[in-house]
Design a protein around this ligand. Structure first.
Ligand SMILES: *Cc1c(COP(=O)(O)O)cnc(C)c1O
Length: 391
Protein backbone atom coordinates (compact mmCIF):
# COMPACT_ATOMS: atom_id res chain seq x y z
CA UNK A 1 0.00 0.00 0.00
CA UNK A 2 1.26 3.41 -0.80
CA UNK A 3 1.07 5.65 2.17
CA UNK A 4 0.16 9.26 1.55
CA UNK A 5 3.38 10.34 3.18
CA UNK A 6 4.85 13.70 2.56
CA UNK A 7 7.89 12.15 0.91
CA UNK A 8 5.77 10.28 -1.59
CA UNK A 9 3.81 13.36 -2.49
CA UNK A 10 7.04 15.29 -2.74
CA UNK A 11 8.35 12.69 -5.13
CA UNK A 12 5.23 12.90 -7.19
CA UNK A 13 5.44 16.64 -7.30
CA UNK A 14 9.08 16.68 -8.23
CA UNK A 15 8.62 14.03 -10.91
CA UNK A 16 5.79 16.01 -12.44
CA UNK A 17 7.74 19.18 -12.47
CA UNK A 18 10.75 17.32 -13.86
CA UNK A 19 8.53 15.95 -16.63
CA UNK A 20 7.44 19.44 -17.43
CA UNK A 21 10.89 20.93 -17.10
CA UNK A 22 12.76 18.48 -19.28
CA UNK A 23 11.49 19.29 -22.74
CA UNK A 24 11.67 23.02 -22.18
CA UNK A 25 15.19 22.70 -20.74
CA UNK A 26 16.02 20.72 -23.86
CA UNK A 27 14.64 23.48 -26.03
CA UNK A 28 16.39 26.34 -24.26
CA UNK A 29 19.74 24.77 -23.41
CA UNK A 30 20.45 22.64 -26.44
CA UNK A 31 18.40 24.13 -29.24
CA UNK A 32 18.33 21.68 -32.08
CA UNK A 33 18.53 23.35 -35.42
CA UNK A 34 15.65 22.40 -37.65
CA UNK A 35 16.00 22.07 -41.38
CA UNK A 36 12.68 21.02 -42.83
CA UNK A 37 12.88 21.22 -46.57
CA UNK A 38 10.25 23.87 -47.28
CA UNK A 39 9.31 24.63 -50.86
CA UNK A 40 11.58 27.01 -52.73
CA UNK A 41 8.44 28.80 -53.95
CA UNK A 42 8.08 30.30 -50.46
CA UNK A 43 11.08 32.51 -51.18
CA UNK A 44 9.47 34.07 -54.23
CA UNK A 45 6.69 36.17 -52.72
CA UNK A 46 6.01 38.23 -49.59
CA UNK A 47 3.51 37.24 -46.88
CA UNK A 48 0.15 38.97 -46.63
CA UNK A 49 0.44 41.91 -44.26
CA UNK A 50 -2.83 43.06 -42.66
CA UNK A 51 -3.56 46.74 -42.04
CA UNK A 52 -2.20 48.12 -38.76
CA UNK A 53 -4.36 49.25 -35.84
CA UNK A 54 -4.06 52.97 -35.03
CA UNK A 55 -1.39 54.11 -32.59
CA UNK A 56 -2.65 55.46 -29.29
CA UNK A 57 -2.05 59.20 -29.08
CA UNK A 58 -2.94 61.07 -25.90
CA UNK A 59 -6.07 63.17 -26.39
CA UNK A 60 -6.90 61.90 -29.88
CA UNK A 61 -9.64 59.48 -30.83
CA UNK A 62 -8.06 56.69 -32.93
CA UNK A 63 -9.32 55.80 -36.42
CA UNK A 64 -8.55 52.59 -38.27
CA UNK A 65 -8.67 53.37 -41.98
CA UNK A 66 -6.27 50.61 -43.00
CA UNK A 67 -8.35 47.51 -43.77
CA UNK A 68 -11.33 48.63 -45.86
CA UNK A 69 -13.67 47.54 -43.10
CA UNK A 70 -17.25 48.79 -42.93
CA UNK A 71 -17.41 51.43 -40.19
CA UNK A 72 -21.21 51.51 -39.91
CA UNK A 73 -22.88 49.73 -36.99
CA UNK A 74 -23.94 46.14 -37.81
CA UNK A 75 -27.54 45.61 -38.90
CA UNK A 76 -29.60 44.75 -35.77
CA UNK A 77 -31.21 41.77 -37.51
CA UNK A 78 -27.77 40.29 -38.20
CA UNK A 79 -26.77 40.64 -34.55
CA UNK A 80 -30.02 38.95 -33.51
CA UNK A 81 -29.32 36.04 -35.84
CA UNK A 82 -25.81 35.71 -34.45
CA UNK A 83 -27.11 35.60 -30.89
CA UNK A 84 -29.67 32.97 -31.86
CA UNK A 85 -27.03 30.78 -33.50
CA UNK A 86 -24.47 30.96 -30.75
CA UNK A 87 -25.85 27.80 -29.17
CA UNK A 88 -24.47 24.38 -30.08
CA UNK A 89 -20.87 24.39 -31.22
CA UNK A 90 -20.64 20.57 -31.13
CA UNK A 91 -22.08 20.07 -34.57
CA UNK A 92 -20.42 20.71 -37.88
CA UNK A 93 -22.05 23.33 -40.07
CA UNK A 94 -23.80 22.48 -43.33
CA UNK A 95 -20.78 21.97 -45.55
CA UNK A 96 -22.77 22.89 -48.66
CA UNK A 97 -24.20 26.10 -47.14
CA UNK A 98 -27.45 25.18 -48.87
CA UNK A 99 -29.70 27.79 -47.24
CA UNK A 100 -27.27 30.58 -48.02
CA UNK A 101 -26.79 29.35 -51.58
CA UNK A 102 -30.58 29.26 -52.01
CA UNK A 103 -30.77 32.86 -50.84
CA UNK A 104 -27.94 33.93 -53.11
CA UNK A 105 -29.37 32.06 -56.11
CA UNK A 106 -32.70 33.84 -55.69
CA UNK A 107 -31.06 37.27 -55.32
CA UNK A 108 -28.59 36.89 -58.15
CA UNK A 109 -30.71 34.92 -60.59
CA UNK A 110 -28.19 32.09 -60.91
CA UNK A 111 -28.49 28.37 -60.18
CA UNK A 112 -27.85 26.92 -56.73
CA UNK A 113 -25.25 24.66 -58.36
CA UNK A 114 -23.49 27.69 -59.80
CA UNK A 115 -22.57 28.91 -56.32
CA UNK A 116 -19.92 27.96 -53.80
CA UNK A 117 -19.63 29.53 -50.33
CA UNK A 118 -16.20 29.79 -48.69
CA UNK A 119 -14.34 31.27 -45.72
CA UNK A 120 -14.15 34.71 -47.25
CA UNK A 121 -13.31 35.33 -50.87
CA UNK A 122 -9.74 34.78 -49.70
CA UNK A 123 -10.31 31.04 -49.61
CA UNK A 124 -11.60 31.22 -53.18
CA UNK A 125 -8.46 32.97 -54.36
CA UNK A 126 -6.42 30.12 -52.91
CA UNK A 127 -8.72 27.44 -54.31
CA UNK A 128 -8.93 28.99 -57.79
CA UNK A 129 -5.16 29.09 -57.93
CA UNK A 130 -4.93 25.50 -56.70
CA UNK A 131 -7.23 24.18 -59.41
CA UNK A 132 -5.49 26.04 -62.25
CA UNK A 133 -1.87 26.65 -61.41
CA UNK A 134 1.42 24.90 -60.79
CA UNK A 135 5.05 25.42 -61.73
CA UNK A 136 4.32 24.70 -65.39
CA UNK A 137 1.77 27.52 -65.72
CA UNK A 138 1.58 31.30 -65.61
CA UNK A 139 -0.87 33.61 -63.89
CA UNK A 140 -1.49 37.19 -64.96
CA UNK A 141 -2.72 39.93 -62.67
CA UNK A 142 -2.64 43.74 -62.53
CA UNK A 143 -0.29 45.57 -60.18
CA UNK A 144 -0.68 47.18 -57.75
CA UNK A 145 -3.71 45.12 -56.87
CA UNK A 146 -4.89 42.81 -54.10
CA UNK A 147 -1.91 41.41 -52.22
CA UNK A 148 -3.24 37.88 -52.19
CA UNK A 149 -2.72 37.48 -55.95
CA UNK A 150 1.08 37.23 -55.71
CA UNK A 151 0.68 35.11 -52.60
CA UNK A 152 -1.62 32.41 -53.98
CA UNK A 153 0.04 32.19 -57.38
CA UNK A 154 3.51 32.37 -55.82
CA UNK A 155 2.68 29.53 -53.46
CA UNK A 156 1.55 27.43 -56.41
CA UNK A 157 4.96 28.01 -57.98
CA UNK A 158 3.33 29.52 -61.06
CA UNK A 159 5.04 32.11 -63.21
CA UNK A 160 3.71 35.46 -61.98
CA UNK A 161 3.08 38.02 -64.68
CA UNK A 162 2.39 41.35 -62.96
CA UNK A 163 1.05 43.89 -65.42
CA UNK A 164 1.45 47.49 -64.24
CA UNK A 165 -1.73 49.52 -64.06
CA UNK A 166 -2.11 52.55 -66.29
CA UNK A 167 -1.12 55.89 -64.74
CA UNK A 168 -4.77 56.50 -63.78
CA UNK A 169 -4.76 53.34 -61.62
CA UNK A 170 -6.93 51.28 -64.00
CA UNK A 171 -6.04 47.84 -65.35
CA UNK A 172 -3.98 47.92 -68.55
CA UNK A 173 -6.13 45.35 -70.29
CA UNK A 174 -4.27 45.62 -73.61
CA UNK A 175 -1.01 44.79 -71.88
CA UNK A 176 -2.70 41.98 -69.96
CA UNK A 177 -4.06 40.48 -73.20
CA UNK A 178 -0.61 40.78 -74.76
CA UNK A 179 0.89 38.90 -71.79
CA UNK A 180 -1.17 35.75 -72.44
CA UNK A 181 0.90 32.73 -73.54
CA UNK A 182 0.31 28.98 -73.99
CA UNK A 183 1.18 28.63 -70.31
CA UNK A 184 -1.46 31.08 -69.05
CA UNK A 185 -4.12 29.33 -66.97
CA UNK A 186 -5.38 32.05 -64.62
CA UNK A 187 -6.04 35.78 -64.87
CA UNK A 188 -7.10 37.90 -61.91
CA UNK A 189 -9.10 41.07 -62.49
CA UNK A 190 -10.14 43.31 -59.62
CA UNK A 191 -13.08 45.67 -60.10
CA UNK A 192 -13.01 48.09 -58.42
CA UNK A 193 -9.28 47.60 -58.03
CA UNK A 194 -7.95 47.37 -54.50
CA UNK A 195 -5.97 49.54 -53.76
CA UNK A 196 -6.05 52.03 -56.66
CA UNK A 197 -9.83 52.40 -56.97
CA UNK A 198 -11.05 52.37 -60.59
CA UNK A 199 -13.75 49.96 -61.75
CA UNK A 200 -13.45 48.12 -65.06
CA UNK A 201 -15.32 49.63 -67.97
CA UNK A 202 -17.90 47.27 -69.46
CA UNK A 203 -16.87 47.81 -73.08
CA UNK A 204 -13.16 47.47 -72.36
CA UNK A 205 -13.66 44.35 -70.28
CA UNK A 206 -15.74 42.69 -73.01
CA UNK A 207 -13.11 43.52 -75.62
CA UNK A 208 -10.47 42.03 -73.35
CA UNK A 209 -12.44 38.84 -72.69
CA UNK A 210 -12.87 38.38 -76.43
CA UNK A 211 -9.06 38.11 -76.61
CA UNK A 212 -8.73 35.57 -73.79
CA UNK A 213 -8.67 31.91 -74.92
CA UNK A 214 -11.70 30.15 -73.48
CA UNK A 215 -9.55 27.58 -71.64
CA UNK A 216 -8.03 30.34 -69.48
CA UNK A 217 -9.90 30.95 -66.24
CA UNK A 218 -10.62 34.61 -65.52
CA UNK A 219 -11.33 35.41 -61.87
CA UNK A 220 -13.28 38.66 -61.65
CA UNK A 221 -12.86 39.86 -58.07
CA UNK A 222 -15.85 42.02 -57.17
CA UNK A 223 -15.19 42.37 -53.43
CA UNK A 224 -16.38 46.00 -53.60
CA UNK A 225 -19.04 45.88 -56.30
CA UNK A 226 -21.76 47.33 -54.03
CA UNK A 227 -19.89 50.66 -53.85
CA UNK A 228 -19.61 51.15 -57.63
CA UNK A 229 -21.39 54.23 -58.98
CA UNK A 230 -19.45 54.98 -62.17
CA UNK A 231 -21.41 55.03 -65.38
CA UNK A 232 -20.40 52.34 -67.83
CA UNK A 233 -18.77 50.20 -65.14
CA UNK A 234 -18.79 46.47 -65.83
CA UNK A 235 -21.44 44.49 -63.96
CA UNK A 236 -19.93 41.18 -62.99
CA UNK A 237 -23.09 39.12 -63.22
CA UNK A 238 -23.75 40.27 -66.80
CA UNK A 239 -20.15 39.55 -67.72
CA UNK A 240 -20.37 36.14 -66.08
CA UNK A 241 -23.56 35.30 -67.95
CA UNK A 242 -21.81 35.93 -71.28
CA UNK A 243 -18.45 34.29 -70.55
CA UNK A 244 -18.26 30.66 -69.37
CA UNK A 245 -14.58 30.97 -68.38
CA UNK A 246 -15.28 33.83 -65.96
CA UNK A 247 -15.61 33.18 -62.23
CA UNK A 248 -17.19 35.92 -60.16
CA UNK A 249 -15.82 36.43 -56.63
CA UNK A 250 -17.73 38.25 -53.96
CA UNK A 251 -17.67 38.68 -50.21
CA UNK A 252 -19.77 39.57 -47.19
CA UNK A 253 -16.72 41.30 -45.68
CA UNK A 254 -17.02 44.77 -47.14
CA UNK A 255 -20.48 46.21 -47.92
CA UNK A 256 -22.22 43.70 -45.64
CA UNK A 257 -19.79 44.57 -42.85
CA UNK A 258 -19.17 40.96 -41.85
CA UNK A 259 -15.40 40.71 -42.32
CA UNK A 260 -15.02 39.03 -38.95
CA UNK A 261 -17.36 36.19 -39.91
CA UNK A 262 -15.43 35.10 -43.02
CA UNK A 263 -18.01 34.48 -45.74
CA UNK A 264 -17.41 34.80 -49.46
CA UNK A 265 -18.83 33.17 -52.55
CA UNK A 266 -18.15 32.47 -56.18
CA UNK A 267 -20.48 32.25 -59.14
CA UNK A 268 -19.09 29.76 -61.64
CA UNK A 269 -19.97 26.88 -63.94
CA UNK A 270 -18.94 23.26 -64.20
CA UNK A 271 -16.32 21.91 -64.08
CA UNK A 272 -15.01 24.90 -62.13
CA UNK A 273 -17.45 24.42 -59.26
CA UNK A 274 -16.57 20.74 -58.85
CA UNK A 275 -12.89 21.61 -58.97
CA UNK A 276 -13.32 24.28 -56.31
CA UNK A 277 -15.27 21.88 -54.09
CA UNK A 278 -12.22 19.60 -54.11
CA UNK A 279 -9.88 22.43 -53.21
CA UNK A 280 -11.71 24.18 -50.37
CA UNK A 281 -11.55 23.27 -46.69
CA UNK A 282 -14.48 21.11 -45.52
CA UNK A 283 -16.81 22.93 -43.13
CA UNK A 284 -14.89 26.15 -43.68
CA UNK A 285 -17.84 28.47 -42.95
CA UNK A 286 -19.43 28.19 -39.52
CA UNK A 287 -23.19 27.81 -39.08
CA UNK A 288 -23.26 31.16 -37.31
CA UNK A 289 -21.53 32.84 -40.24
CA UNK A 290 -23.82 31.22 -42.78
CA UNK A 291 -26.91 32.30 -40.83
CA UNK A 292 -25.66 35.85 -40.35
CA UNK A 293 -24.79 36.17 -44.03
CA UNK A 294 -28.25 34.92 -45.00
CA UNK A 295 -29.90 37.47 -42.72
CA UNK A 296 -27.75 40.21 -44.20
CA UNK A 297 -28.79 39.05 -47.65
CA UNK A 298 -32.44 39.30 -46.60
CA UNK A 299 -31.69 42.96 -45.79
CA UNK A 300 -30.03 43.47 -49.14
CA UNK A 301 -31.75 46.82 -49.78
CA UNK A 302 -30.44 48.22 -46.50
CA UNK A 303 -26.98 46.89 -47.30
CA UNK A 304 -27.06 48.63 -50.68
CA UNK A 305 -28.38 51.87 -49.13
CA UNK A 306 -25.51 51.87 -46.66
CA UNK A 307 -23.05 51.14 -49.45
CA UNK A 308 -24.46 54.15 -51.31
CA UNK A 309 -23.91 56.32 -48.21
CA UNK A 310 -20.31 55.17 -47.98
CA UNK A 311 -19.88 55.79 -51.72
CA UNK A 312 -21.17 59.35 -51.32
CA UNK A 313 -18.76 59.98 -48.42
CA UNK A 314 -15.99 58.52 -50.58
CA UNK A 315 -16.79 60.88 -53.44
CA UNK A 316 -16.77 63.92 -51.15
CA UNK A 317 -13.49 62.81 -49.57
CA UNK A 318 -11.82 62.17 -52.95
CA UNK A 319 -13.08 65.54 -54.19
CA UNK A 320 -11.71 67.34 -51.14
CA UNK A 321 -8.31 65.75 -51.73
CA UNK A 322 -8.39 66.76 -55.41
CA UNK A 323 -9.25 70.30 -54.34
CA UNK A 324 -6.01 70.29 -52.32
CA UNK A 325 -4.18 69.42 -55.53
CA UNK A 326 -3.81 65.63 -55.16
CA UNK A 327 -4.19 63.37 -58.18
CA UNK A 328 -6.71 60.89 -56.87
CA UNK A 329 -7.69 58.09 -59.28
CA UNK A 330 -11.35 57.24 -59.82
CA UNK A 331 -12.41 55.79 -56.46
CA UNK A 332 -15.11 53.13 -56.73
CA UNK A 333 -14.59 51.04 -53.59
CA UNK A 334 -14.86 52.08 -49.94
CA UNK A 335 -11.35 53.54 -50.09
CA UNK A 336 -9.31 56.25 -51.77
CA UNK A 337 -5.80 55.93 -53.19
CA UNK A 338 -3.06 58.52 -52.95
CA UNK A 339 -0.31 57.60 -55.43
CA UNK A 340 2.52 58.93 -53.25
CA UNK A 341 5.32 56.66 -54.49
CA UNK A 342 8.43 57.19 -52.36
CA UNK A 343 6.60 59.55 -50.02
CA UNK A 344 4.14 56.84 -48.96
CA UNK A 345 5.95 55.94 -45.75
CA UNK A 346 6.28 59.61 -44.75
CA UNK A 347 2.55 60.12 -45.27
CA UNK A 348 1.72 57.00 -43.29
CA UNK A 349 3.95 58.24 -40.45
CA UNK A 350 2.17 61.60 -40.46
CA UNK A 351 -1.13 59.75 -40.05
CA UNK A 352 0.24 57.43 -37.35
CA UNK A 353 1.29 60.49 -35.32
CA UNK A 354 -2.32 61.66 -35.45
CA UNK A 355 -3.69 58.26 -34.37
CA UNK A 356 -4.97 57.37 -37.83
CA UNK A 357 -4.02 54.00 -39.35
CA UNK A 358 -3.88 54.04 -43.15
CA UNK A 359 -2.37 51.45 -45.47
CA UNK A 360 1.05 52.10 -46.95
CA UNK A 361 1.43 49.85 -49.98
CA UNK A 362 4.71 51.30 -51.28
CA UNK A 363 3.27 52.63 -54.56
CA UNK A 364 0.90 54.75 -52.53
CA UNK A 365 -1.31 55.01 -49.50
CA UNK A 366 -4.82 53.61 -49.31
CA UNK A 367 -7.31 55.31 -47.01
CA UNK A 368 -10.47 53.42 -46.12
CA UNK A 369 -13.70 55.36 -45.85
CA UNK A 370 -14.59 55.61 -42.17
CA UNK A 371 -16.22 58.05 -39.81
CA UNK A 372 -16.25 61.66 -40.96
CA UNK A 373 -14.07 63.06 -38.12
CA UNK A 374 -11.36 60.55 -39.05
CA UNK A 375 -11.55 61.55 -42.72
CA UNK A 376 -11.47 65.23 -41.76
CA UNK A 377 -8.33 64.58 -39.77
CA UNK A 378 -6.75 62.90 -42.82
CA UNK A 379 -7.67 65.94 -44.92
CA UNK A 380 -5.84 68.19 -42.44
CA UNK A 381 -2.83 65.89 -42.48
CA UNK A 382 -2.88 65.78 -46.29
CA UNK A 383 -3.01 69.59 -46.55
CA UNK A 384 -0.06 69.99 -44.16
CA UNK A 385 1.82 67.26 -46.01
CA UNK A 386 1.37 69.04 -49.32
CA UNK A 387 2.58 72.31 -47.83
CA UNK A 388 5.66 70.56 -46.47
CA UNK A 389 6.58 68.39 -49.45
CA UNK A 390 5.20 70.18 -52.48
CA UNK A 391 5.44 73.75 -51.13
C1 LIG B 1 -11.21 42.12 -49.00
C2 LIG B 1 -10.94 41.53 -50.35
C3 LIG B 1 -11.20 40.19 -50.67
C4 LIG B 1 -11.69 39.13 -49.78
O1 LIG B 1 -11.88 39.33 -48.51
P1 LIG B 1 -12.53 38.20 -47.62
O2 LIG B 1 -12.65 38.89 -46.32
O3 LIG B 1 -11.60 37.04 -47.60
O4 LIG B 1 -13.84 37.84 -48.23
C5 LIG B 1 -10.98 39.77 -51.96
N1 LIG B 1 -10.52 40.58 -52.88
C6 LIG B 1 -10.26 41.86 -52.62
C7 LIG B 1 -9.78 42.72 -53.71
C8 LIG B 1 -10.44 42.37 -51.35
O5 LIG B 1 -10.12 43.64 -51.09
Amino acid sequence: MISPSSSSSDRTTSRKSADRAEPSADRTETPRATHPRLRAALETFPPYIPGNPPKTVEGLRPYKLSSNENHLAPLPAVLETMAAHAVNPAQYPDDSALALRRGLAARLGVGIDELIVTAGASELLVALTQITSDASTEAIYPWPSFEMYPQTTGLAGAGRIEVPNRPDGSHDLDAMAAAITDRTRLIFLCSPNNPTGPALDDRELRDFLAEVPDDVLVALDEAYWEFVTAEGAARGLDIWADHPNVVLLRTFSKAHGLAGLRVGYAVAREPIISGLLKAVIPFGVTALSQAAALTSLEHWDEVLERAALIAATRDDFAQALRAQGWEVPQAQGNFVWLPLGELSAAFEDACVEQSVAVRNLEHGVRISIGEQPGLDRVLDIAAAFRAEHFG
